[in-house]
Design a protein around this ligand. Structure first.
Ligand SMILES: Cc1cc2nc3c(=O)[nH]c(=O)nc-3n(C[C@H](O)[C@H](O)[C@H](O)COP(=O)(O)O)c2cc1C
Length: 132
């Protein structure tokens, strides 16, 4: 199983309608492409984890990278892991309100993941919280 993790910055004036569209179209495409994962958003950042066939994940990330609804896209990780971690989620999403931390949201979402993948995602969230 191939996975890719990135962070990015939502455009400042992103609307609830645009967010709904990202989730709707993303989920539709991910079902078609055999991709599952997470999209977590706080006031300043997106953190997304995608997993599936390498070709599909990279093709999806290329599309996402060209999307003007966010910028400053930084790939944190890519490569192979043992198994699919989020088999039921074509794109789980979580909006982190106000001062709540990315880490608290990630902790909740990685409960059924393998320990190494869970630790990796938690350490990205933690680093992000520290920088915010
Ligand atoms: C933060 C963010 C996350 C996204 N996640 C996905 C995703 O998981 N899968 C996907 O296909 N598109 C995702 N998109 C949307 C793509 O950038 C692109 O708009 C979409 O794939 C185009 O689909 P279409 O050619 O079917 O219209 C995301 C966009 C943003 C801004």
């Amino acid at each position: 199983m191939y996975r890719l993790v990135y962070i990015s910055t939502p455009k400042p004036d992103i609307t609830p309608a645009e967010m709904a569209d990202i989730l709707r179209v993303g989920r539709r495409n991910n079902v078609k492409n055999g991709i599952t994962g997470l999209l977590i958003q706080d006031k300043r950042r997106f953190l997304q984890y995608l997993e599936g066939e390498e070709e599909q994940v990279e093709e999806t990330f290329a599309r996402i990278s060209a999307d003007r609804r966010h910028s400053a896209i930084i790939q944190l990780k890519n490569g192979y892991i043992g198994r699919r971690q989020f088999p039921k989620w074509e794109m789980a999403s979580k909006y982190v309100d106000g001062d709540a931390s990315l880490l608290s949201a990630v902790k909740e979402l990685v409960k059924n993941c393998d320990r190494d993948v869970a630790n990796e995602l938690m350490s990205f969230a933690e680093a992000r919280d520290r920088a915010a």
